[in-house]
Ligand binder design. Sequence first.
Ligand code: FAD
Length: 301
Amino acid sequence: MYDAIVIGAGPAGLQAALTLGRMHRSTLLLDSGEYRNGTVQHMHNVIANDGTPPAEFRATARTQLAAYHDVEIRTATVEGIAGVEGDFVVTLLGGASASARNIILATGVVDDLPEIDGLSALWGRKVFACPFCDGHEHADRPIAVIGGAARAQHLIAMLGRIVSEITVIPVDERFTADEVSALEARGVRVSGSPAIAVSADDAGVVVRTADAEYAAAGIFMAAGSMRQRAPFAQQLGLGMLESGAIEIDDFGRTTEPGVYAAGDLAHRAAMPGPMAAVMMAATAGQLAAVGVIQSLLTAGH
Ligand SMILES: Cc1cc2nc3c(=O)[nH]c(=O)nc-3n(C[C@H](O)[C@H](O)[C@H](O)COP(=O)(O)OP(=O)(O)OC[C@H]3O[C@@H](n4cnc5c(N)ncnc54)[C@H](O)[C@@H]3O)c2cc1C
């Protein structure tokens, strides 16, 4: 019986395990090896790690966790979670199981991109979504924004002051005349027809439409969506928010006693959506671990 099983070893789960380990709480950290930023070569906006490859960040975290004897790390895919606070059973692919008093879900999300030839292969390398994470690397260079007009406006507002030029290209359908005028009023170029293919070379990317080709240093997506990577929120009947994320309180508690959530998959109702970033995920992991420790102490463990 572990004090906690942490499912997921991205920044949220790794930090949760570190906090639990430092407080000598027996912890099992399970990782199926599918990270949201798995294709990213350099992460940014992470203090003291600006530009660090995410794989190196995770490897350093694991090396440091090895010093904590109460933390056990296993490569495993969790298939199911059953039980109640104080006595959860986690079932792994292959049939093994493990028990814990508390569960921390840190299983992250999956990004679903529009079906444009060549796009998904460049995700995280030449195709991005987050201005905070990848905007500065495109400073004074031209970018393409692919997506809907409303979301494009939001990206233009943030990236317009960083990049040299923005071309906005729709997905599936042409923009309406009103959308074109509103976009052009922001000083950007607008493609008349939707993106059908994307390719990359050393210089950058080329976005092809039915009647033109647009060269840019990189692409920012104003289209696509996120969904829970793992089925546990549904399996456990957790309260969900309109954003599709798990509802948590300040200490990562979900609506199910003993089940905590941290990282991109969850946020507090006061926030409009998950603050999807490495530092935010790690902070949430630490808060959830503190929540677990508080509850263990209250229960006399
Ligand atoms: C293209 C791109 C670029 C980004 N760049 C930046 C950046 O520069 N800076 C920044 O701060 N943020 C960046 N982000 C956001 C950042 O990657 C996420 O906010 C962060 O990874 C979230 O951490 P997490 O721990 O919640 O989830 P993840 O890092 O996605 O980790 C999820 C974990 O859960 C595990 N898991 C899932 N299901 C199971 C299961 N059934 N069994 C066992 N384990 C399971 C996975 O294996 C993984 O270990 C970027 C995101 C993308 C998509």
